[in-house]
Design a protein around this ligand. Structure first.
Ligand SMILES: *[C@@H]1O[C@H](CO)[C@@H](O)[C@H](O)[C@H]1NC(C)=O
Length: 197
């Protein structure tokens, strides 16, 4: 009973989202048009690579990302549980090329450091992307891929999908916890459970 209350208190059940599979992610990255979807692609890449929460992506700044040629090193400075995380985005497929392309479209006179800027018809504006738009990235991807139940791909999708991809690859729960910055094994397991949306 206590375990149940704790689980419910952690709130993960209410936030369940459908997950995106590796092949769905690959299909989106390789077939969606950059002119329309480049920002969504970069959000998807970073969100999956780092098991990011929506507001972590929103708050990400250009200073949090180090471009080391063959990979990106991304720092998530201030997470909910106050433990910083670092993750690496390696050059799989055209991921780094997409990131660099997006960064190169940053207008020169943007006064803030937020990485994600609104993007339309191949151009970035100086307006930073807000929480609502960021939280819709998974449903935009699902909708493009014509997946059923688009509304079930919530802002939590990237974090869940990331944990599930690792679990499917045989990574142990302790490593997954570290990857996503989870202290509780129950919460971590909840994320990789079968989807129930
Ligand atoms: C994102 O930034 C807002 C505003 O500064 C802050 O309230 C929030 O805690 C930050 N979230 C994360 C996850 O860093």
């Amino acid at each position: 009973m206590i375990a149940f209350l704790k689980r419910t208190g952690d709130g993960y059940q209410a936030k369940k989202s459908k997950i995106l599979t590796k092949s769905e992610i690959d299909r989106f990255l390789s077939s969606a048009d950059d002119k329309e979807f480049l920002m969504i692609k970069v959000g998807l890449i970073l969100g999956i690579a780092g098991a990011c929460r929506t507001d972590e992506l929103v708050n990400l700044t250009v200073d949090d990302i180090e471009n080391v040629g063959s990979s990106l090193i991304v720092k998530i400075p201030n997470t909910k549980i106050k433990i910083p995380r670092i993750f690496v985005v390696t050059d799989v497929g055209n991921m780094l090329e997409l990131f660099r392309k997006y960064l190169s479209l940053r207008p020169p006179h943007v006064k803030h450091k937020r990485l994600f800027l609104y993007y339309k018809a191949g151009k970035c504006s100086s307006q930073p992307v807000g929480k609502n738009t960021m939280g819709k990235i998974p449903s935009v991807v699902a909708s493009y891929l014509k997946l059923p139940d688009v509304a079930c791909y919530t802002g939590h999708c990237l974090r869940r999908s990331s944990a599930t991809l690792l679990a499917d690859a045989g990574v142990d729960i302790r490593t997954i916890k570290r990857h996503a910055g989870w202290k509780s094994t129950t919460v971590a397991e909840g994320y990789v459970e079968n989807q129930n949306c």
